[in-house]
Design a protein around this ligand. Structure first.
Ligand code: ADP
Ligand code: MG
Ligand code: ZN
Length: 480
């Protein structure tokens, strides 16, 4: 039997706010445990939550960037469950009126466009963080409530994804949009972006979906992709043996690379959702929507298309440049400053700058070589030659000095004085009579050798084009 995989993804993104969703406590990551708490986020009796306007606005912004229909008003609901990281025994979330519904994200997979539906976008509060001791004989767990009450955006897709590649592309595109819009820092290593994947198999061609399994607490895109591969094989084995795939919630065990059953799938009624009585509804009028729309920057897909049209670079290059907004800004800044072709600038950024940034695990905003400095280097490149320009670039990265000052200091300007080069060429021919003769007899790579020898003598500074001409002229003359 051939199966087709059907997948949906729930993404949790911590919002970029200074304070928590319902109190003034800081959201700063990495502080001493339990130093950023108050009676509200600790869930003490008698306290009242107050909505953080910035968090609400960021959610609205995200919902608009994800092409959602915006609800006329937003209510909040209590989702009741008991867990040590949830001091109130309920989470304030949205169940009946989500901020955004019916949106979509366009992705590109293997050159093909595909639209992934967004079922809803809603705002909720984070739980605290349980810390389990590493030693297996410890009989306690610790809890840090610094995270409790941090605003969290949940983005739920339709079950529209049909392959691992589509899932990967969706996650990257979504992350990129959230970063562009500035709603979340999306730092997966700090837990700012987390995923829950739903996976089921159906017979190929069939319209009937199979039972799905939901995998909770996936902290990286890599983990999502691994668990999908694992589930596809686990579920197809079950179906091959005519066994049922149980609707359940599973956990991914990173160490053993397996998913494990956690519980049977919970349903909405298990949570006893009801309207949160301590918060007033938020009315969202058209004016607010229109104003918010104006604050959304050009999104990656549009920027990518514009780069292709406006700068005549390839779609692939445009994709790389727009993957990170600050990189796209860097590129455009260079284009503005330079007379050179955008293609050349894009090559430098994609090949040389990205390599250095990756090595340093650094963002281009913190890179020592500014757009001005890169443009300056490209401007003087004709006087030093391409290969020396690469060395100068490395020197710039290491020292922060400008290209002209490095070229001056090291006296790297290219030799293109014909009479001076003529003399050197004469000497090289004299010292390498065999190669000169070979060339005369039609062995073309003897020329490469001779030019190489000359480059050695001139420490790479001879203009290779002029050299080749001089050699050809001299050697054809001498062989006649
Ligand atoms: P719940 O709130 O119980 O988690 P939802 O209906 O909100 O359930 O769906 C959660 C996720 O599961 C969504 O991302 C959705 O796209 C996905 N999903 C729904 N049905 C299927 C299915 N048959 N196979 C795979 N994913 C599914
Ligand atoms: Mg769910
Ligand atoms: Zn607090």
């Amino acid at each position: 039997m051939k199966y087709e995989v059907v997948m949906g993804l729930e993404t949790h993104a911590e919002l970029n706010t200074d304070s928590k969703l319902f109190c003034g406590c800081s959201t700063k990551f990495g502080s001493e445990p339990n130093t950023q708490t108050c009676p509200i986020c600790l869930g003490l009796p008698g306290v009242l939550p107050v909505m953080n306007k910035k968090a609400f606005e960021l959610s609205l912004k995200a919902a608009l960037a994800l092409n959602c229909e915006i609800s006329k008003f937003a209510n909040f609901d209590r989702k009741s469950y008991y867990y040590p990281d949830l001091p109130k025994n309920y989470q304030i979330s949205q169940n009946y009126f989500n901020i955004g519904t019916n949106g979509y994200v366009d992705i590109v997979v293997k050159g093909e466009d595909k639209r992934i539906g967004i079922h809803n976008v809603h705002l909720e509060e984070e739980a605290g963080k349980l810390i389990h001791p590493e030693t297996s004989d410890a009989n306690y767990s610790l809890i840090d409530f610094n995270r409790a009450g941090v605003p969290l955006l949940e983005i739920v897709t339709e079950p529209d994804m049909r392959s691992v590649e589509e899932m990967e592309s969706y996650m990257q595109t979504l992350r990129n949009i959230l970063l562009y819009v500035g709603v979340s820092d999306c730092k997966m290593q700090e837990g700012s972006l987390r995923f829950e994947a739903s996976i089921s198999l159906k017979e190929e061609g069939s319209k009937v979906f199979g039972n799905r399994v939901e995998i909770k607490n996936l902290n990286s895109m890599k983990a999502v992709l691994k668990v999908i591969a694992y589930e596809i094989s686990r579920q197809s084995d079950l179906l091959d043996e005519n066994k049922e795939v149980l609707m359940e919630t599973r956990l991914w065990d990173e160490v053993d690379s397996v998913s494990r059953r956690m519980r049977t799938k919970e349903e909405a009624h298990d949570y006893r959702y009801f309207l949160e009585p301590d918060l007033v509804p938020v009315w969202i009028d058209q004016k607010w929507i229109d104003e918010t729309k104006t604050t959304i920057p050009e999104l990656p897909v549009n920027k990518r298309q514009r780069f292709v049209n406006e700068y005549h670079i390839s779609d692939y290059d445009a994709g790389v440049l727009t993957e990170d907004k600050s990189l796209a800004d860097y590129f455009e800044e260079c284009v503005k400053l330079s007379q050179n072709s955008p293609k050349e600038l894009s090559n430098w950024i994609i090949n040389d700058i990205l390599r250095e940034l990756n090595e340093r695990k650094m963002n281009v905003q913190d890179f020592i070589v500014s757009p001005e400095m890169l443009v300056e280097l490209i401007k003087i490149k004709p006087t030093i030659g391409s290969s020396i320009a690469k060395d100068v670039f490395i020197e710039m990265v290491n020292t922060g000095k400008s290209a002209p000052s490095i070229v001056n200091e090291k006296n790297l300007t290219q030799m293109d004085d014909v009479s001076e080069l003529n003399e050197i060429v004469a000497k090289v021919i004299k010292e390498n009579p065999k190669a000169a003769e070979d060339y005369g007899q039609g062995k073309k790579n003897a020329l490469t050798f001779l030019i190489g020898q000359t480059m050695k003598v001139t420490k790479g500074k001879a203009n290779p084009k002029i050299l080749a001409e001089i050699f050809k002229e001299r050697l054809s003359a001498s062989s006649k």
